[in-house]
Design a binder for this molecule. Structure first.
Ligand SMILES: [Zn+2]
Length: 322
């Protein structure tokens, strides 16, 4: 059990921003800060800047040494060594780790995890699903990613690549994703996928209010705008949204069948945009899940918000210290 008086250092690293916080055992963020990642300056420079940020944080009068530091980061990454493996948004960090810089500077053990896996772990450590032993976290946003907690443990796979739920096939023959897999979850439900589907309809000459709402600018055709057009009664927008909701239903329904989680927690901008139509999402998930999920499928929208990465990182530090 985590001592409620203990504290951990948490960091959340993305391609544009690095965030850090001091977090208590019960998930309170005592102090926090953020700086630009500037990945092209190299990982050692970034790690030193992150350490500067951590040292500037206020530990809230506590005289205890942090139990350790957890880092939630975009991957791919080897969770054991913290070494990046050809990361698409952190190119210059390939085959490198922050640990050799951070551990001597901060004087605590540093543990690294994939952001989606740690988001799932955060949901089992803090908030309404605290204590869950089997939980999935799925984010539907610019991409579709996931984290898996099975029997209380983070599932990372043989080389750290587990949880790529975005690339399970949900609609063969429909849209492909950027990686090129035919009809995958991400290729049909991510924000860019929804925009791509609407643009295809516009290019085919279909009449839709989306085009005028976007001021005839392709870059302004976003999932948010398409959902708004659908709410206003535009039939093309409604069809595009229904396709995405079906893709979400097939994807999440399949995941329920495989993992039998206590909770399947979803986050991300596309999901937030579907909050008003959550009944439709649940209805589609039921269509593609087994009989024992029909009564009350354990689907939940995350309540941890933007702090989910920091909380997962803190949870990792406490778990490894425990
Ligand atoms: Zn894919």
């Amino acid at each position: 059990m985590v001592d409620q008086n203990s504290i951990a250092i948490a960091a959340d690293i993305g391609g544009t921003q690095m965030r850090a916080a001091i977090v208590t055992g019960d998930g309170e963020l005592i102090d926090r800060g953020a700086i630009a990642t500037q990945p092209d300056d190299g990982i050692e420079t970034a790690a030193n800047r992150l350490a500067d940020l951590v040292e500037s944080l206020d530990v809230g009068g506590r005289d205890t040494t942090p139990v350790g530091m957890g880092i939630s980061t975009a991957g791919p990454i080897d969770p054991a060594s913290g070494i990046y493996k050809n990361p698409p948004n952190l190119h210059a960090w390939d085959e490198k780790s922050m640990k050799p810089t951070l551990e001597p500077r901060l004087g605590v053990p540093v543990h690294v995890g994939h952001d989606a896996t740690l988001a799932a772990f955060a949901e089992t450590q803090f908030g309404p699903h605290k204590g869950a032993q089997n939980l999935l976290y799925v984010t539907v946003s610019t991409g579709v990613g996931g984290g898996i907690i099975a029997n209380g443990e983070m599932v990372t796979g043989a080389e750290g690549h587990a949880g790529e739920v975005g690339h399970i096939t949900v609609m063969p023959g429909a849209q492909a994703c950027n990686v090129g897999c035919d009809g995958c979850f991400e290729g049909n439900a991510s924000g860019p996928a929804i925009a791509k589907a609407a643009l295809a309809r516009i290019d085919a000459g279909d009449e839709t209010a989306i085009w005028s709402m976007a001021a005839q600018d392709r870059d302004q055709v976003t999932a948010k705008l398409i959902f708004e057009a659908a709410d206003n009664g535009d039939p093309v927008a409604a069809e595009v949204r229904a396709h995405a909701v079906k893709a979400v239903g097939i994807g999440l329904g399949s995941l329920l069948n495989i993992f039998d989680p206590e909770a399947l927690v979803v986050g991300g901008g596309v999901t937030t945009g579907l909050t008003d139509r959550w009944d439709e999402v649940v209805s589609e998930v039921k269509k593609f899940s087994l009989a024992h999920f029909q009564q009350d499928p354990p689907l939940h929208i995350t309540t941890l918000g933007d702090d989910v990465g920091l909380l997962g990182a803190a949870g990792l530090a406490f778990r490894r210290a425990g």
